[in-house]
Design a protein around this ligand. Structure first.
Ligand code: ADP
Ligand code: MG
Length: 419
């Protein structure tokens, strides 16, 4: 039976139950095939699940594109991706351009077929189901609205395409289109054509059109990339609200770490077809599993140094910055988050001050260090603690929980505690 069978009305009950989920007692992180998955909050609790919300299971999903030239190698756009996307959540699929985000989304929507592996929506195996029978709502970067149709006609379009029993009555279609328009707050624009709308409004129409069939899964591929900075901020908050109101399992693709961090329940960090880490945004930021994840998340970027551990002391160049409990190593990469520096007169890390940039509440202290891999070191210091001098040396103490050690070769994180 087609999954296009529609429920009569979009879900709009109170969603306070989702927002105030009980905190999961299960805080142990699980290892899934080498990357860390933090189970997040309340995922074991059943009572808030919506009947439309659908978990999405990716089971050893691989997509290989054959090389275009004879000698070239195949591109493995998605490499052995296994994960159970919990229902009713907003998942941020994050990674640099070309890492396989769109391909993953296209596999879930059915626009691409996997080379290996299976996809389940709930208990249904949808691996070979055509896109139109999967019950997915799709939103792309370029809105893809029909220019000759009004907003209302654009939103109605997916319903008018339904066949047989699945096709609602005319009145029902209209009611549901208006409901979807209200949800994305464009109900006053129903008679306009796309050319008469701002980019943000056009994207709302696209979202309403994706929602009008009450999809089991909503898939958004870089939906904010065409919007200017202010609209991007506003629209991403809108997407968060709409997701909460509908409770629809949503996968949001972006290359913008800040965007993913700000709206996702869980983020999946990808690179070169591989999933590197999955977890709650704060957890992934605080506990990156490797150097790539640590550098990809956070602005300003994490500061990198060459370091070593000798006799239980962590050295950055000549500076013994911290006593640590891990084994001695001749070479490793030290990462320090900008908020991990504390100005201290006799602090162990001695840097050459370059500039103090005023950011309002905080100051950004820009400096250099002979062992720094990053060209300049950026530390964020509360404005009242900012150095009074504008040149010379500055000394810092480091916060241990904002300091990370990585294998200099593989980039894998090396666990340690300060002693
Ligand atoms: P992202 O969305 O993260 O930028 P994509 O999923 O679009 O990345 O692409 C992942 C990789 O797969 C890239 O190297 C891209 O060139 C390749 N790729 C994507 N689609 C095709 C295709 N249809 N044929 C060949 N290679 C493709
Ligand atoms: Mg893409």
């Amino acid at each position: 039976m087609s999954s296009d069978i529609v429920t009569p009305i979009l879900k709009r009950e109170s969603f306070s139950d989702i927002i105030s989920l009980p905190v999961s007692k299960k805080t142990d992180r699980q290892m899934i095939k080498g990357h860390i998955y933090d189970p997040g909050y309340g995922l074991e609790s059943d009572d808030w699940k919506r009947d439309t919300a659908m978990k999405v299971v990716l089971d050893h999903l691989t997509k290989r594109f054959p090389s275009r030239s004879k000698k070239g190698e195949d591109v493995i756009a998605v490499n052995d991706f296994t994960f159970e996307i919990p229902d009713g959540q907003l998942i941020g699929l994050l990674g640099p351009s070309g890492c396989g985000k769109s391909t993953t989304l296209n596999l879930i929507s059915g626009l691409e077929t996997p080379t290996e592996g299976r996809i389940y929506f709930g208990e249904d195996d949808v691996t070979h189901l055509p896109p139109e029978n999967r019950g997915v709502g799709l939103v792309f970067q370029n809105y893809a609205l029909y220019p000759h149709m009004t907003v209302l006609q654009n939103i109605l379009f997916p319903l008018q395409n339904l066949k047989g029993e699945a096709r609602p009555s005319k009145e029902d279609m209209r009611r549901r289109a208006e409901e979807a328009a209200r949800l994305v707050q464009i109900d006053m624009l129903l008679d306009r054509r796309p050319s008469e709308l701002s980019g943000g409004q056009q994207q709302r129409v696209a979202i309403a059109r994706a929602l009008v069939k009450t999809p089991r899964v909503l898939l958004l591929d870089e939906p904010l990339s065409n919007l200017d900075a202010r609209l991007r901020l506003q629209t991403r908050e809108e997407i968060r609200r709409i997701q909460r109101e509908t409770g629809v399992t949503t996968i949001f693709v972006t290359h913008d770490q800040e965007e993913a961090m700000s709206i996702s329940d869980l983020i999946i960090v990808m690179k070169d077809g591989f999933v590197h880490q999955i977890g709650k945004p704060q957890t992934v930021y605080d506990e990156p599993c490797n150097l790539f994840v640590a550098t990809f998340l956070g602005t300003p970027q994490i500061n990198l140094f060459e370091g070593r551990v000798e006799n239980g002391r962590l050295y950055i160049g000549q500076d013994a910055v911290m006593k640590v409990d891990c084994a001695d190593r001749e070479k490793l990469t030290v990462g320090i988050r900008p908020e991990g520096f504390v100005l201290q007169e006799n602090g162990p890390l001695c840097c050459a001050l370059q500039a103090v940039e005023v950011m309002g509440r905080d100051h950004s202290v820009v400096s250099t260090h002979p062992a720094a891999i990053s060209k300049t070191i950026r530390s964020i210091i509360p404005s009242e603690e900012s150095p009074h001098v504008k040149s010379g040396s500055v000394r810092f103490r480091l916060k241990p929980f904002k300091t990370y050690l990585f294998d200099a070769g593989t980039g894998e994180r090396i666990p340690f505690s300060a002693v």
